[in-house]
Design a protein around this ligand. Sequence first.
Ligand code: BGC
Length: 393
Amino acid sequence: MPPSFPNGFLWGTATAAHQVEGNNVNNDWWAFEHDPARGVREPSGDACDQYHRFRDDIELVADLGLRVYRLSIEWSRIEPVEGEFSVAVLDHYRRVLDTCHQHAVLPCVTFHHFTTPRWATDDGGWEQPAIVDRFTRFCERTVAHLGDLIAIANTINEPNIVSLMGWLVGAFPPGRHDLGLYATVNEHLKAAHVRAYETLKAGPGDFPAGSAIAMGDWWIEPGPDSDETLTRTRDMHERQHLEAARAGDFVGVQAYSRTRLSAAGLPLGPEPGRRVVESMGYEFWPDALEVAVRYAAEVTGLPVIVTENGIGTHDDAERIEYTTGALRGLARCIADGVDVRGYFHWSLLDNFEWALGYEPTFGLVAVDRTTQARTPKPSARWLGDLARANAVP
Ligand code: BGC
């Protein structure tokens, strides 16, 4: 099989603290998922107990033949009360990162993956400008402790989903529907990314850092307004955050599906008759990755890392089919000269899929939630083999 990816291309997999660690009781998500009025399917509970089982999981990543493990550190554990930092928790994450290096796995560390400490959200959270200084201080203190062990850093995971789901759709904390606040929150998220990037680069260690933006393929119903709707939609959901991401050494692209809108910009849902990823309610659309990578590269002018891509399915053969399609699109981008440095599959483990609980299963590895036993699926071995070959069939 001829290599479709450049030498040194980084193959990896990803998780996020709240989705796998378990018992992150001190953040806004824990509060949200325990409020029956919010409609979260089930609480995160012990999740995959990765806080205690990280050694097993890192060993798994290494055994599969993947070189990067993207994980996030939990702000609400590190700074449980404003200005009070836990050295014991920071040391825990040093052990996590050390374990990665012992297994020749490069740790990609995300500083904010959807969760914010309760002390910050009780005091206005992302709606107030103070969050920018607060997040910067957290980054400064944390990189001082961990920077020498970081291989790649992500500042904020999907700032555009934080604002969209939290302040427009209302399915993530704080569960609002407020266009004005949505715009304010976006400004704070963009500013926080830029300050975090500068702070991480000024700390110890020498690693590339960047943002990770949720992207997709937009289909707009043909009509006199469709071009304008496409531009407006992309500006609002993607472009403003991609422009902020220019403060970065790379741009992280995360893509899963496509979204169909009427010419006026209203959501249409999946095209009738099209295959749907049942657990997520969106279309099976591997081509989203190619579209997203090209657009992110064009807007930012930066190298791209695919920091997430995957599928929440109970049919593991479908995971392989989806990922093959997505990687073929990625190989086309590379063949056309787009500078793509890596691909991190979401996710290593079946884990807590936010408002949808444990129903969607994105993992390369199944997790028995009673015994916490991990069982690699055929797709895990398949991706490991593909990584070794550095080529997609
Ligand atoms: C998020 C992950 C999530 C995944 C699958 C991304 O939006 O960063 O936390 O689990 O998509 O839905």
